[in-house]
Design a protein around this ligand. Sequence first.
Ligand code: HEC
Length: 312
Amino acid sequence: MKLLLKAVTIASAIVATQTLADSWTLAPEGSHLAYGTIKKDTVGEVNSFTILSGHVGPDGKAEIEIDLSSVETSVDIRNERMIAHVFRNAGTASLTAEFDMGEISTLGVGQTTAIDVEAVLSLVGTNVEFDAEVFVVRLSETSVMVSTNDMVFISTEDAGVNAGVDRLMELANLPGITRTVPVTARLIFNADSSQTSIAPVAPTAVAAVNGDVKAGKKVFRKCRACHQLKQGLHEVGPSLHGVIGSAAGQTPGYGYSAPLRQSRTVWTTETLAAFLADPKGAIPGNRMQFSGLRNAKDIADVIAYLQAESQG
Ligand code: HEC
């Protein structure tokens, strides 16, 4: 019996909600880090840093570098005084924090969440630890925005810059500058695409495959050592129930390797054929201990069988 497999249509939403990049890079264009100062009890001013860079690793560790010489107070002489006296020409400050990327990765495009982070600001040789609630928006499949949910207050004493603020008061002949500084941040991160081994496949790119279901059942004996077709029945490998059209590495109840889980692959007849021909080459680092099927007909047949089984 011959069965013509139809092109598998993939809702783009499946791809969007189930992908997770290994690492993210800060997009300086949309990002913004500012703090407020109040002088003479009444005059509030906003300063910001125009040069930021940063990265979030696969472990969720974020490191943001702040170019202190890029401080913008709207007045040149004030910028210079700030850099010289408060930041003591230190060059850069760093902000490190840990994000729960697991939680962020489950966000669909347009969805939001609030999470608590512990952060450390390293400024001119002093580390200031603080907790902040951040608001996360999944802007697109490959970008997230993280912003402070409330203001974060940092004490100038904890940050070791009190003497510098004293000096500013002297220089500007000011009776007072507040010693706690509200900070707000909006950081945009883009997924590092180099980490992606297989890009999601557009529905139109899925070719039809001719396969013989009966022959495919025989080929599947090789897979049975590790896989069952019954839903939820995971053995050495995950259940392959309804695998065609599903996002790779996302079936609940099975502990996938990170390379498979994060591969951003959707199992179409094409991606599955490439995977079965060379499991190690198609998704490097995955844990399927199977050398692959050498025969193209075997591959087409077993895919036809998997397709027929998940329809029945
Ligand atoms: C020796 C055991 C073993 C054999 C034989 C085997 N697999 Fe796998 N397979 C696995 C394991 C383990 C995983 C999970 C890999 C990971 O998490 O990196 C897997 C994953 C898969 C996936 C990804 C499933 C998902 O939910 O994303 C597919 C598809 C698959 N195997 C198909 C097959 C087919 C078809 C055959 C037979 C031609 C086969 N496998 C043979 C162990 C095996």
